[in-house]
Design a protein. Structure first.
Length: 356
């Protein structure tokens, strides 16, 4: 039995501060309009990923994208998009500094070129972006990292661990003041590195990586809706992520990485990476934390640790979840104008309902 458990094991109701999503893909246009309500229903803020086509590179791009998001908000929604810039080898440190100073951007995103969806404009040579990173270290602007190397010789299941050893650790030794978020960690190596990183390091964990391992994608047939990047790893890594998320450590916080793609592009000979979890994340997380006997730590993971890292206030509102005998239902698909988007299915009944 862990000490400090505030809620009895048969706890049927929990109220937490309104959560935030520290890693979210909203896309643009009709897809943005279709998926945004799925996030604003429960979340007060989200770090908005900049990997649009073309990407959100400059302060001007971020301002225009922010306006499109605000224009797409459902009526009565109170939601704050926290904008990010997509780091390229041409990024101007002064533009980044001005965007940060004005409050327009909350972080800069590093995509190693070729690592994931729309990352071809990302960084090939870290030396070329050092002036930007030095400026960010100076002003305290966080760098969100897609932590995978793209070297073809490195096995896809090892890309995160190799990134930590060959890119992240040397970068942080060189720029110890740089504030870094290890986005969507998927391995015990990621968990361990984040644990030792001190206050300048945070790590987001997705909902789906707490639920699936690589067997879910590959055993008994290829299941494209479980394919995402970084790809889910062995069971021991999923268990390490569960221990980290429910540990109460302030290093780990929720970043759903909810990443909508239309079914036609997921169920495809070369299917897109991404799981769409915006709709049911809070129910799924309550289920996972309940299973781990850690419901008292859900609030830290979903609502407190992220704001603490980003130096933002916690949200004023709350959400309440109740465990009902009836399992939750949610739409199998979100009907977006470009086509249906399949909602992540955990493969087991979930009894935690968001009631208010
Ligand atoms: C994301 C996407 O589709 O934009 N896909 C994913 O599998 N997570 C990109 C990313 O965050 O890697
Ligand atoms: Zn992502």
């Amino acid at each position: 039995m862990r000490s400090g458990l505030r809620y009895p094991a048969d706890m049927q109701k929990i109220t937490i501060r309104r959560p935030d999503d520290w890693h979210l893909h909203l896309r643009d246009g009709a897809m943005l309009r279709a998926v945004l309500p799925e996030t604003t229903r429960h979340f007060a803020r989200a770090i908005i990923m900049p990997n649009l086509v073309p990407p959100v590179v400059t302060a001007r791009d971020a301002l225009a994208y922010r306006e499109r998001i605000m224009a797409a908000l459902p009526e009565e929604a109170t939601f704050q998009p926290l904008m990010t810039l997509y780091l390229t080898e041409g990024t101007d440190p002064a533009d980044v500094a001005a965007a940060a100073a004005s409050g327009l951007v909350t972080a800069v995103k590093l995509y190693p070129a070729g690592a994931t969806t729309n990352s071809h404009g990302g960084v090939r040579d870290l030396a070329k972006v050092m002036p930007v990173l030095e400026k960010m270290a100076e002003i305290g602007l966080p760098l969100c990292t897609h932590g995978e190397v793209t070297t073809p010789e490195v096995d896809i299941f090892d890309r995160e661990a190799v990134f930590i050893d060959t890119v992240l650790a040397p970068l942080r030794r060189r720029l110890p003041d740089l504030r870094v978020v290890m986005e969507h960690i998927t391995t015990e190596e990621g968990v361990a590195y984040a644990a030792e990183g001190g206050d300048s390091l945070g790590a987001t964990i997705t909902t789906h990586h707490l639920i699936i391992n690589r067997n879910h994608i590959l055993a008994g047939g290829i299941r494209p809706h479980y394919y995402c990047l970084p790809v889910a790893k062995r069971e021991k890594h999923r268990l390490a992520l569960r221990r980290a998320a429910t540990s109460g450590s302030p290093r780990y916080f929720l970043g759903t990485d909810s990443a909508p793609h239309v079914d036609a592009l997921k169920e495809h000979a070369c299917g897109c990476a991404g799981c769409f979890t915006a709709t049911n994340t809070m129910s799924l997380l309550a289920h996972v934390f309940d299973e781990e006997g850690a419901l008292d730590r859900l609030e830290g993971f979903a609502s407190l640790n992220g704001p603490a890292f980003y130096r933002l206030p916690v949200n004023p509102g709350t959400v309440t979840l109740e465990k009902h005998a009836e399992p939750c239902t949610w739409p199998e698909k979100i009907q977006a104008e470009p086509g249906p988007v399949t909602v992540f299915q955990p493969g087991f009944p979930v009894h935690w309902h968001v009631v208010s």
